[in-house]
Design a protein around this ligand. Structure first.
Ligand code: NAD
Ligand code: ZN
Length: 407
């Protein structure tokens, strides 16, 4: 069966049509719709120096015709937040971080009618923002790095200004319209945990889309997923949800391998139990009824793991390398034995594009429908005032996804 035929065309059309222009301006100019109970001031968690957030209270800004005020329900802590917390590589401090957030629209201007996919929005709807801009569906993180971080509209990575409510680590976030507008989606039909997991899941939807371009990944493929952190585990969940049955998870952590099974891995290999690449390859083969993998996903940031994974793949098989969001150093492979002679089809994958977001909403609904315990990926939940502890737990890597949950 050919998975390239999965129909995302319709979704893409919807996304694109929502990006071609703003909603028509209404002729009358009523005051912005406001639901009851909005306070005058609210809190943000401001990163004021490296490894230090302060909870600060500011007046909530007035909602203009193109703006939205959103009451934050929760926000995941991302690897990017960890980099900012430790190093401030983008030079944003002081900054309100948090881009994997979600919440409820409590006030909106008269010009806000639809989300970036053209879906109507109203007070009470639950939304997420997306790091990728509207108006350019093909834009990637490469462009993002050039354009943004220091000037554009990525909520959770905006420099501080008089608005203050610029990130999801807060009680409220202020989504500005007009030229400053963000890509946002109405995801009222997803539960809170699913909404918090949208962004990391989009990374894997994109990786699977990249894998599909090789033409090798099929429903009946034998697939190896190497690395069972959040990225590898979601990779397994996406593959399983789309109908891939033979998934072998490889990691050195037995607890994570157990979760891999819950996410849909049919077999697991603990690399700690096998000395040397030959023994490990044999174990992977054994787990797949004596066969090497048709396709493999590399989900660790370990260069040695990159070198190893070629051994697990059959001649003519495919590999998607997505484990290096940042530079993790050089890997040594033998181009003759590992790539040429095996005719490996290699693709790299980095972040996602806008259309992957729409696909991700459907993935999360399907995953829930088939009973995958996606919520278990969120292992720690902290209130906003414990955001420093949340980041320390994230750095300690004792859990999987860490989230800030507002009461
Ligand atoms: N491509 C992208 O856009 C993108 C996006 C986000 C994260 N990432 C990258 O994905 C990687 C994984 O992210 P994560 O959050 O799951 O990280 P993580 O550190 O929580 O998980 C990595 C897992 O790999 C395992 N591992 C390490 N060496 C191994 C080996 N030799 N063989 C098998 N397993 C091994 C570890 O035990 C761990 O469970 C990171 O390096 C991150 O940079 C990429
Ligand atoms: Zn993120």
């Amino acid at each position: 069966m050919d998975m390239n035929n999965i129909n995302i065309e319709e979704i893409v059309k919807q996304v694109l049509s929502g990006m071609t222009g703003n909603a028509p301006a209404a002729s009358a100019a009523p005051a912005p719709a406001v639901s009851g109970g909005i306070p005058k001031t609210a809190r943000v968690a401001m990163l004021t120096e490296k490894k230090h957030y302060e909870i600060r209270e500011y007046p909530l800004p007035e909602v203009g015709d193109d703006d939205m005020l959103v009451k934050v329900e929760g926000c995941g802590v991302c690897g990017t937040d960890a980099h900012e917390y430790k190093n401030d590589p983008f030079g944003l401090i002081p900054v309100v971080l948090g881009h994997e957030g979600t919440g409820e629209i409590v006030a909106m201007g008269k010009n806000v009618k639809v989300d970036s996919a053209g879906k109507p929005v109203k007070i009470g709807d639950k939304i997420v923002t997306c790091m990728i801009f509207k108006d350019d569906p093909e834009i990637t993180m490469f462009d993002l790095n050039k354009k943004n971080v220091g000037g554009a509209d990525v909520y959770g990575l905006l420099p501080d200004d008089d608005v203050k409510f610029n990130g999801w680590f807060a009680d409220y976030i202020f989504i500005r319209g007009g030229k400053f507008g963000s890509t946002f989606f109405n995801v009222s039909d997803l539960d809170l945990d699913s909404r918090i997991l949208i962004e990391p899941c989009a990374v894997l939807v994109h990786a699977v889309e990249r894998a599909k371009t090789t033409g090798i990944l099929k429903f009946n493929s034998r697939v190896v997923v190497q690395g069972c952190g959040p990225i590898g585990l979601i990779c397994i969940a996406v593959l399983h949800t789309m109908g891939v049955e033979n998934i072998c998870a490889v990691d050195g952590n037995e607890k994570r391998l157990e979760i891999a099974k819950k996410m849909g891995a049919s077999t697991t290999v603990n690399f700690m139990n096998h000395q040397g690449i030959e023994a490990l390859t044999n174990a992977v083969k054994e787990a797949q009824d004596g066969h090497l993998a048709d396709f493999a996903f590399q989900c660790t940031g370990n260069p040695k793991a990159h070198a190893n994974i070629y051994k697990f793949i059959r001649n003519g098989g495919g590999l998607c390398e997505l484990g290096f969001f940042i530079n993790g150093g050089d890997a040594t492979i033998n181009p003759h034995f590992d790539l040429c002679a095996k005719e490996i089809n290699l693709v790299g994958s980095w972040v996602y594009n806008l259309r992957d977001y729409a696909t991700t909403f459907d993935f999360l609904k399907r995953a829930k429908a088939i009973g995958l315990p996606i919520s278990e990926l969120i292992t720690h939940r902290y209130p906003l005032e414990e955001i420093n502890e949340a980041h320390e737990t994230n750095l300690a890597m004792t859990g999987l996804k860490i989230a800030i949950i507002n009461k």
